[in-house]
Design a protein around this ligand. Structure first.
Ligand SMILES: Nc1ncnc2c1ncn2[C@@H]1O[C@H](COP(=O)(O)OP(=O)(O)OP(=O)(O)O)[C@@H](O)[C@H]1O
Length: 583
């Protein structure tokens, strides 16, 4: 024996109110939507929707009227009283394209604010039907006086605790928000709430005013959007201020001119966080809550096409309005750079336009290449700061790759053109550009170098004297990538257990060439005075101080042995600088 499912309406309403809809306010949307669909089904040209709030009804109830298609008695039983049954599907059960509704549950949202829904409806050529639905699942159908014109009136009698949702000001505001763009006149207590869809304006002025009013900012620019395949028109408002790339961008989305939500996510590709959209689409689908977009192939394609339109705008801006492009980049460089990590067009844009810090002044990478050939870069800010002046003095142009994504972007440049030369600066290469001293001077330096090496040996460093610019720089601590690695390896080996130490030691190489160098500058007067000091002790003390200062200047990590040396040399220097008490 077969049975039919029973539906506990209270349970369903509970489910809707707590899990599907974010707020009871959606009842206004659902009523407007049903009225709009009914008008579409009858005669769009003369369609009217009007709402009477308690300010007009004076009995605490709210009424939504339309002069739409109306329902016959049979349809009332079939559609109003059957949950999940919709009159907006075709014979095969597919939702019909011209209607907003499709799920057959919208009317239930009225139970969020009322225990009783009364519908008075007339379909052309049929008598008027009076239907009353109760939140406990009962409903009655009755006959009554005929309506003048076909159409439907829905009356909601609020409960005491939900009367706030029916307050005139609130209803007007909600009707304007959800239904303000509908192609039919919508009135609340006689007042028209429709507005012209802002994205359909030819001129920027009303669009800008709309952005200011709705989003609270004057857009940097406005980009018209169009995806015919999705029946989509709209505009992207470019933010005039930096947006947090991690923050979710909410877009204002209308479906068939009815507001879906003010915070729809996933309409644009993630990189496009510099734009807020206002769009209307006839082909995109809502989720059942009607608060977000259904993720399907069409939405994916829309996302791609909108992305392409934003990208196109950027490229045009770069070509025709370089000044504005620079301004745009100064606000949104992080987004553009993120995109450039995967997108060639954007990489080209960064290459041409984004002013990078270099030791020859700020300039775009393309200009840097034109002037210096190779894009030589330093991957860290500390290293760049330490070496920029020295490298410039040797005529070596270096880009600072230490800011977010810059190194990755520079390394990606050859994907634009394999002929682009990119070279990571190895600090130790610098010393090969420094002048060696003539042999007579070298000879006089021997005692000093011996004293210096005695100090530096336990620190794993090599003492070198060269002549280089700028003369104001006394000493440079230079370490190549290989020796940095060896140094870190030795440090790690020291702290791990025996087994790991054994494993790590196989990577160690003991050749002296891999040692970092302390390069002392013979053009610096302090260094020349250190060389001329009378005793090896004093020379050693000077080397200790120069070593410590070079480490600090270069922001090199200090090991305990380095910190101890810094402390000791500082105190020893003080000791020498101050007269002793016995004298
Ligand atoms: N104002 C109205 N005029 C004519 N028919 C209506 C009206 N309101 C509701 N109906 C009928 O009642 C049915 C159920 O309405 P309901 O709002 O629950 O669902 P829906 O609009 O079909 O879909 P959705 O759940 O997506 O809103 C509709 O399909 C329609 O046939």
């Amino acid at each position: 024996m077969s049975h039919s499912f029973q539906v506990d309406l209270r349970g369903i309403v509970e489910l809707l109110s707590h899990h599907l809809y974010s707020s009871p306010r959606v009842y206004v949307r659902e009523l407007l939507q049903n009225a709009a669909d009914a008008v579409t089904a009858r005669n769009a040209a003369t369609g009217q929707i009007w709402c009477e709030t308690p300010a007009t009804t004076a009995d605490g109830s709210l009424r939504m009227h339309d002069n739409g298609i109306g329902l016959t008695e049979a349809q009332v039983h079939e559609f109003l009283a059957t949950i999940g049954r919709s009159g907006k599907r075709d014979e095969l059960g597919f939702s019909r394209h011209e209607f907003l509704g499709q799920f057959g549950i919208g009317l239930l949202s009225c139970f969020l604010v009322a225990d009783e829904i009364r519908v008075q409806t007339r379909h052309e050529g049929h008598p008027t039907v009076y239907w009353t639905g109760h939140s406990d699942g009962r409903y009655e159908v009755a006959a009554g006086p005929d309506r003048m014109e076909p159409g439907t009136s829905v009356t909601l009698v609020p409960r005491r605790d939900t009367a706030v949702w029916l307050e005139p000001l609130r209803v007007t505001e909600l009707a304007r928000m959800f239904g303000g763009m509908l192609p039919y006149p919508v009135r609340v207590d006689g007042e028209l709430v429709n507005e012209v869809a802002p994205w359909l304006n030819e001129s920027h002025v009303p669009k800008t005013a709309y952005a200011e009013q709705t989003f609270g900012f004057t857009p940097f620019d406005i980009i018209d959007l169009r995806v015919p395949e999705a029946g989509l028109t709209g505009m992207a408002l470019v933010l005039p201020m930096t947006a947090n790339p991690a923050a979710k961008a909410g877009h204002r989305v209308y479906l068939k001119r009815m507001l879906l939500s003010e915070g729809v996510e996933g309409l644009l590709p993630q990189w496009a966080f510099f734009a807020r959209c206002v769009i209307d689409a006839s082909e995109l689908r809502p989720t059942a809550s009607r608060e977000s977009l259904y993720e399907d192939g069409l939405l994916e394609s829309v996302r791609e096409q909108l992305g392409a339109q934003l990208r196109g705008w950027l490229v045009q801006l770069a070509r025709h309005q370089p000044e504005r492009m620079n301004r745009f980049l100064s606000i949104h460089h992080l987004g553009v750079k993120t995109l450039a990590l995967q997108d060639e067009e954007m990489l080209r844009l960064v290459d041409q336009w984004w002013p990078m810090e270099t030791n020859m002044g700020k300039m775009a990478l393309a200009e840097f290449r034109e002037r210096f050939g190779v894009v030589r870069y330093s991957p860290s800010l500390d290293e760049f700061r330490q070496l920029a002046a020295v490298a410039a003095a040797q005529g070596l142009a270096v880009v600072n790759g230490g800011y977010t994504y810059d190194t990755e972007l520079i390394e990606r440049l050859p994907t634009l053109d394999p002929a682009i030369l990119v070279d990571r600066l190895d600090p130790s290469d610098l010393s090969t550009r420094f002048d060696t001293l003539d042999s007579a001077v070298e000879l006089t330096l021997r005692p000093f170098l011996a004293a210096a090496q005695r100090i530096l040996d336990p620190l794993g460093c090599e003492a070198v004297v060269r002549a280089f610019d700028p003369p104001s720089l006394a000493a440079l601590y230079l370490t190549d990538r290989h020796s940095t690695f060896q140094r870190q390896l030795r440090e790690t080996t020291r702290v791990v257990d025996e087994m790991w130490a054994g494993v790590l030691s196989t990577f160690e190489r003991a050749d002296a060439q891999t040692r970092p160098q302390l390069v002392l500058n013979y053009r610096n007067s302090l260094v020349r005075r250190a060389v001329a000091l009378p005793t090896p002790e004093l020379m050693g003390l000077a080397v200790q101080s120069l070593y410590g200062q070079a480490l600090l200047l270069g922001h090199h990590p200090l090991r305990p042995i380095d910190t101890a040396l810094l402390n000791r040399s500082f105190l020893d220097l003080l000791d020498h600088a101050m007269p002793s008490l016995e004298e």
